[in-house]
Design a protein around this ligand. Sequence first.
Ligand code: TPP
Length: 672
Amino acid sequence: MESSQATEYKKRVMMFDRKNYDDDTLISLYKAILLPRMIEEKMLLLLRKGKISKWFSGIGQEAISVGAAMALEKDEYILPMHRNLGIFTTRGVPLDKLFMQLQGKYKGFSKGRERSFHFGTNDYHIVGMISHLGPQMGIADGIALASLLRKERKVTVVFTGEGGTSEGDFHEALNVAAVWNLPVIFIIENNGYGLSTPLNEQYKCEDLTDKATGYGMESIQIDGNNLLNVYDTIKTYAESIRNNPRPMLLECITFRMRGHEEASGIKYVPKELIDEWGKKDPVINLESYLLDEGVLNETLIETIKSDFKNEIDKSLEAAFAEPEATADTEEELKDVYVPFEQKIIHPKTEKKSQKRFIDAISDGLRQSLQKYDNLILMGQDIAEYGGVFKITENFYKEFGKDRIRNTPLCESAIVGVALGLSIKGMKSVVEMQFADFVTSGFNQIVNNLAKIYYRWGQNADVVIRMPCGAGVGAGPFHSQSNEAWFFHTPGLKIFYPSNPYDAKGMITAAIEDPNPVMFFEHKALYRSISEEIPDDNYTVETDKAKLVKEGDDVTIVTYGMGVHWALNVLKDDPDISADLIDLRILLPWDKKTVEESVKKTGKVIVVHEDTLTGGIGGEIASHISEHCFQYLDAPVMRSASLDTPVPFSTALEENFFQKEVFKRKLKELLNF
Ligand SMILES: Cc1ncc(C[n+]2csc(CCOP(=O)(O)OP(=O)(O)O)c2C)c(N)n1
């Protein structure tokens, strides 16, 4: 901005009320809103010169970002969107590093892996977005829950556009926040368009604040271009919420003055609207008011602008001088998981008891809750009801309902909460009532939990329990083996025990691990198998498959229920001499154990209950073909369930498993 446009244009159409704010506060607010404006103007120039790639402009909306960041305490979390540069500048994020981030340089916040504002920084208590917009809100719930449980008296602020309010994540996050009285301020930046979609094609209610009523939540609508108003409103609410934790919805009315992003233009926006909102420019109006009030004068404005200009130019120069990011495959792969060296926990005593699979998991969870007082369990009906499988029965009596949390039917928000807890250094286990329902939390798992460490170094210390599998006559939506959906997602780990000993030692190991773990539990094993296992807490190694049986003629690679199918076949035919490998950990899987066995036997079949096409068996088979070809005496075989949904009736379900095909293929392989 050139010097004092305000005096030039005298376009102030906004009414300001400085209340009791002193001059210094008002000058700080002015500086805070001026800086992002000046940076943006510079960015638009650079964009035109082809020096930066993409820009989502927040020009005209800065009062909301700046007002929120100014109103909060420095260590209160803010979760911004794509137009909220003002949050980063107001929080004092160093401009050179910010520019390096925007240019994809290694020394930015994401080692060149993320674009624009898609990053977070715990140093500045900012959690950046993923492109899907809405998932931010569940994470805010989790951060707020951690603050609430620790009695920190902190408020969390999360942003959404009005477009984002149409997402299921908005509904889920507000609902959870309301039910749990979480100290979150949900800020809607209602800027007239979601990409090109106008308000009347986005929602039907009169005002977005109306939605709060449905959640039993306070709400208020304000002029989002009036910085003093935004600042004062958020400051007042934040103070009240710190003392009396609860969520509120703040709708800030503003306007998007430029295209969705710079390349997309604004042909669809009527010119009158642009003109009308141009008069309500939040920077010009504030400047004009502060000049009238005698808080600012031309000389002071000149000085502030010239200081900012120097700072921006210097920081840009530093960013441009930084070399482009170069690829280092080893480092790329290393940063998929947060470093974690497993230390095996051995039972303290020799004491053992007969435990069913289900009791083993229950035991592991209970002992982990005793060990980690920052561990929270969340799931539908898991407290008084004990969960649908009774794995957490009576836990709430020992650990309280703060830690054994019944959740509303909001899988996406709850996985988001789990991530928010992790950001605050807590651990959590989320129980999917049935593995099938994970689809409703899928986005949070594969895009947030899985990628966040690689993106900006924040780990997701979360275990998702997945009661899975067929054979219980439960039909297509309570029977699936859906591990393959996650197998293809770098950043996740997949554990899948097949027996009570491993079930206990692996759930405890999953909780120890600071990475996100999908923990599969076959429902048909819950009450059908038992064995003597240690009473004390222990973990099993999570980088090794288990050789369940040793033989010479063939290798059977499997996991979960497949282990039991194979054991039955080998029991019925004792002449078969097979290495039976229980993978246990599907991601990352133990290639060495499999390769060694195949090199010994020269024949291999991969078996699983999941359907054949795109199943994990395909990946394992292809790895063996590629790496053990010269040792093979027969083609690599696969056996899996039929490529259909899981049917309900017993005969159909039995047929689905294709166990006879497994037997036949095994024989064929042995005779090859
Ligand atoms: C789940 C999802 N669907 C679609 C998009 C594409 N998209 C990106 S921004 C946007 C509009 C968002 O509008 P709004 O929430 O009002 O924010 P604004 O851009 O107006 O600030 C759309 C449709 C997306 N990023 N994520």
